[in-house]
Design a protein around this ligand. Structure first.
Ligand SMILES: [Zn+2]
Length: 396
């Protein structure tokens, strides 16, 4: 069995709304380039995505919506009323080739899923994926098609496996939550900046699923300026307990990194310590509770050169179960290539230096507010006991 598969294609770069849109394909190109510079991506682990059929896309989207995207994709021009479906807006402008570009991202996550379902590997990643806001019949938050919804539906159809979906994007994964809100076989977990402050506004603790799916949606809305310690505390209390109880056959994770301290589109204060610990833990927990099967995706992250390439390189390295020297430097050749394209100075080391970040005001109060969310969750999910091992709490 191959240790892990990295899905990549140069055509992923065609998913570009405009030259100055924050969701810029440089994020992916610079990540690929960093992995190559570090010599962390042997070519035999790279798989190219296959373009999915329309029938596959219909696992996640209405025919009406797919038709519409295909039509506007040809001209690259708005048609009357499409804003109601989230298209032709500031967030999701129309562009020529939009359908193919968005479909290829779905194809990437399906390629990752196929590799795991076939048993070629237990772990696969599509960093172009994680487009968690797209809905059944609408675009939202830079997301045209929802690759994770399509891939999870496909896995369910082909295998009947129980799926745990977990994400740490700064934004709530509303499109994925909606798709599986009544489905008891897909457990949705999201730890995000509270919707009281941030798009899309959903992801409250009280959103726990509907009908047969009640109790298989779990949201941890965190305070703005949540740091590594408090976010990791919540993650380590919630996720392994859910895995232990739910016993998924596979984990699908979304690793948006817009919760980083420097990210311009959210207000969280995570550093590479958070984005290293999450895949380290998942790597351990999927082996313990989920038959070792793990599909990871990217997601948000709008420091395209300062943050995303380092965070996603760390993720890939951890998926391979490899060590990373704590003082490892970013290769000079990579800096030479990408520094001219960056307004700000690019970090010289793979891991953030904690001294570069201002201390967080009200750190204790923020942590208390996050603990209150866990208390509420504990009441809503009485079987889970998220407050066990309280000694992890650091309250200085
Ligand atoms: Zn996001």
């Amino acid at each position: 069995m191959i240790p892990a598969i990295f899905v990549y294609d140069d055509d992923f770069a065609k998913y570009q709304f405009s030259a100055d849109h924050p969701f810029n394909p440089r994020r992916l190109q610079a990540t690929r380039s960093l992995l190559d510079a570090l010599d962390w991506l042997p070519s035999e682990l790279v798989a190219h995505p296959k373009m999915p059929t329309l029938d596959l896309l219909k696992l996640g989207h209405s025919s009406y919506y797919l038709d519409l995207v295909q039509r506007i994709s040809e001209s690259g021009r708005k048609t009357y009323g499409i804003e109601r479906l989230g298209l032709g807006t500031d967030d999701n402008p129309v562009f020529v080739g939009m359908h193919d570009a968005a479909a290829l991202v779905v194809g990437g996550t399906l390629t990752a899923a196929l590799a795991v379902v076939n048993g070629d590997t237990n772990r696969a990643v599509n960093l172009a994926g994680g487009l968690h806001h797209a809905g059944h019949g609408h675009a939202s938050g830079f997301c045209i098609y929802n690759d994770v919804v399509v891939a999870i539906r496909w896995i369910r159809r082909e295998t009947g496996w129980r799926v745990l979906y977990v994400e740490t994007d700064a934004h709530h994964g509303d499109g994925v939550q909606d798709a599986f809100y009544s489905d008891p076989n897909v457990f949705f977990v999201s730890l995000h900046e509270t919707g009281r402050h941030l798009f899309p506004g959903t992801g409250n603790v009280e959103e726990t699923g509907r009908g047969e799916g009640r109790g298989t949606t779990l949201n941890v809305p965190l305070s703005p300026a949540t740091d590594d310690d408090s976010w990791l505390d919540a993650f380590s209390r919630v996720v392994p307990r859910v895995m232990e109880k739910f016993r998924p056959d596979i984990v699908v994770s979304q690793h948006g990194c817009d919760g980083h301290y420097w990210d311009p589109l959210a207000d969280m204060c995570a550093t590479t310590r958070f984005y290293d610990q999450v895949p380290l833990w998942l790597s351990d927990w999927v082996d313990r509770y989920a038959q070792g099967r793990w599909i990871a995706t990217g997601g948000g992250g709008y420091q395209a050169l300062r943050v995303v390439p380092r965070v996603w390189s760390i993720l890939w390295r951890r998926m391979l179960g490899m060590r990373i020297p704590p003082t490892l430097l970013v290769p000079e050749a990579w800096l030479k290539t990408w520094q001219p394209q960056s307004g700000a100075l690019l970090p010289q080391a793979l891991f953030d230096n904690p001294e570069e970040f201002h201390p967080i005001k009200d750190r204790h109060r923020i942590h208390q507010a996050n603990q209150d969310v866990l208390l509420k969750l504990n009441a809503l999910f009485p079987d889970f006991n998220f407050l066990a091992n309280l000694d992890i709490i650091d309250s200085n």
